[in-house]
Write a protein that binds this ligand. Structure first.
Ligand code: NAD
Length: 500
């Protein structure tokens, strides 16, 4: 349906001109302020303008939210309701999001800077799809009767776990938020969500719509504020049974510590990537591969966890391929993400822009060769923009090869043999995604087996679907979002022995 909207620039301009309403925490079905009235400003990466203020929830507010979630869970109003009831509410929520997808997308883009076309599909579109997928799944999945001793009946019940804490990142807050809350709520849990402090607005609208859809009070609560205050309090809560997180590896480590310091809650982490996109000289269409390699790193200004940020290219074609890729990079129009003539939007704020540029300087100091980009753009706008950047001659020991930039910066490394390509691809502590371009079916299968990653694309890169899991290997994470597997995070299996 979203594809058929055919939005014009004037529609987007009208939505952008809408004032942003005052923002509230959502606790126990009610909009409220932080107990001490604290707030924090929100700046747009598009032009640096202040979009308003969000509440800064402290420990007391988080405690109120987790207590509300616990009460709602224990009451059974949601956790013991018929699956078909939960399904109806979640489907209504999906319809409400779909009905205001353009407005919700513009609000989110003002907050995080993603190019509008991508955000419409990836944010509102994915949220709708996730809610429908898990709503439809939940009255079709059940427990089991075990093939056990016939004198006794062994039942395996599926139960919701309890209170879920969900902490989300700014690059796709609505999509990733929905990947957490849709299966959690469908399975009967209650949730306290902490969206990213620099991109909370779309989540705060989502929780309003959830209540409009008929979600009982206390079932979905949202607390906003900085990670070190609000997120930390949620992760340390004795009332949270499962913590689901997407974000940086360093934060993930802290969450494991908080779980150890509190109630040993289950912690599921979806973390960063430094994904290798491997191009062999027998790739069927090098022009297509070059375009795709540019899209793999530069869409959303490189702020995509599965971005193909390391390009490994066979030496024989390395120069020609890098040239084609550079042409594709230089053709991308970077600028205001709400201007439909732009392909790539903003970097998420001045600190991220500075750290991207510092990474380029560090790479050059280590001997990498700057091919294109490496500069800030549109500085007079007050926003944060960066030219798509390609660096060649990046060696495996360079920082740029090993560290996630999370910006529009591509590291290019040449290789000679398939074995060398595998070794380079796997020479990373991170293992989220990979790409392989080859005309050989056997080589494609060998590479899929040999490369450590949660997903390997062959002769394509990116594209997502709810039917398949998404999760990292090594230090890229320990859980799965999407697919029926995600329900497992939010489900306990309880055995009952019945003597016959
Ligand atoms: P981040 O870890 O800085 O922040 C993510 C969330 O954690 C935010 O809500 C933040 O407020 C919160 N947080 C920060 N410190 C905290 C603390 N001490 N206690 C509790 N909560 C805390 O990450 P980010 O900059 O928002 O996101 C970028 C990272 O996320 C990148 O590494 C990217 O690759 C990764 N990411 C991974 C996936 C995936 O599916 N694997 C998807 C998107 C982004």
């Amino acid at each position: 349906m979203l594809e058929r909207l055919n939005l014009q620039q004037s529609d987007i301009d009208a939505l952008r001109a809408r004032p942003i309403p005052a923002q509230h925490l959502w606790i126990d079905g009610r909009a409220c302020a932080a107990a001490d009235g604290a707030t924090m400003p929100v700046a747009s990466p598009i032009d640096g303008a202040c979009l308003g203020h969000i509440p800064l929830a402290g420990e007391a507010d988080v405690a109120r939210a987790t207590a509300a979630a616990r009460r709602a869970f224990d009451s059974g109003v949601w956790s013991r309701s018929a699956p078909v009831f939960r399904k109806r509410v979640l489907l209504r929520l999906a319809d409400l999001i779909e009905a205001e997808a353009p407005a919700l997308t513009v609000l989110g883009v003002r907050d995080n800077g993603t190019e509008f076309a991508m955000a419409l599909k990836a944010e509102a579109g994915s949220a709708v799809a996730s809610l429908r997928y898990y709503a439809e799944a939940i009255d079709k999945t059940g427990g089991q009767i075990a093939p056990s001793d016939p004198a006794r009946l062994a039942l395996i019940h599926r139960e919701p776990v309890g209170v879920v804490g969900a902490i989300t990142p700014w690059n796709f807050p609505l999509m990733i938020g929905a990947w957490k809350i849709a299966p959690a709520l469908a399975a009967g849990n209650t949730v306290v969500m902490k969206p990213p402090e620099t991109a909370s607005l779309s989540t705060l609208r989502l929780v309003e719509l959830a209540h409009e859809a008929g979600l009982p009070p206390g079932v979905l609560n949202v607390v906003t504020g900085p990670g070190q205050i609000t997120g930390r309090a949620l992760a340390l809560s004795m009332d949270v049974d499962v913590l689901v997180f997407t974000g940086a590896g360093g934060t993930g480590r802290k969450l494991l510590e908080y779980a150890a310091q509190s109630n040993l809650k289950r912690v599921y982490l979806e973390l960063g990537g430094k994904s290798a996109n491997v191009v062999f000289d027998d790739a069927p269409d090098l022009a297509v591969a070059a375009q795709a390699a540019a899209a793999a790193i530069f869409r959303n200004a490189g702020q995509v966890c599965v971005a193909g940020s390391r390009l490994l290219v066979q030496r024989k074609i390395a120069d020609a391929f890098t040239e084609a890729l550079t042409r594709a990079a230089e053709a991308l129009r970077v600028g205001d993400p709400l201007d439909l003539s732009h392909d790539i939007g903003a970097v998420h704020g001045p600190e991220r822009l500075a750290s991207n540029l510092a990474m380029v300087d560090a790479a050059r100091a280590e001997g990498a060769r700057l091919i294109t980009g490496g500069t800030a753009l549109h500085q007079a706008s007050g926003g944060s923009y960066m030219a798509p950047t390609v660096l060649a001659d990046v060696a495996a020991h360079h920082r740029l090869f090993q560290t996630e930039v999370f910006g529009p910066v591509l590291a290019v490394t040449a290789f000679d043999t398939e074995a060398e390509a595998v070794a380079l691809a796997n020479d990373s502590a991170l293992a989220l995604a990979a790409g392989v371009w080859t005309g050989s079916l056997s080589r494609a299968h060998r590479m899929v087996q040999a490369v450590r990653a949660g997903v390997v694309h062959v002769n394509c890169y990116g594209g997502t679907d709810l039917t398949v899991p998404m999760g990292g290997q090594k230090q890229s994470g320990n859980g799965y979002d999407r697919s029926l597997l995600a329900l497992e995070k939010f489900t306990n299996h309880k055995t009952a022995w019945i003597q016959l």
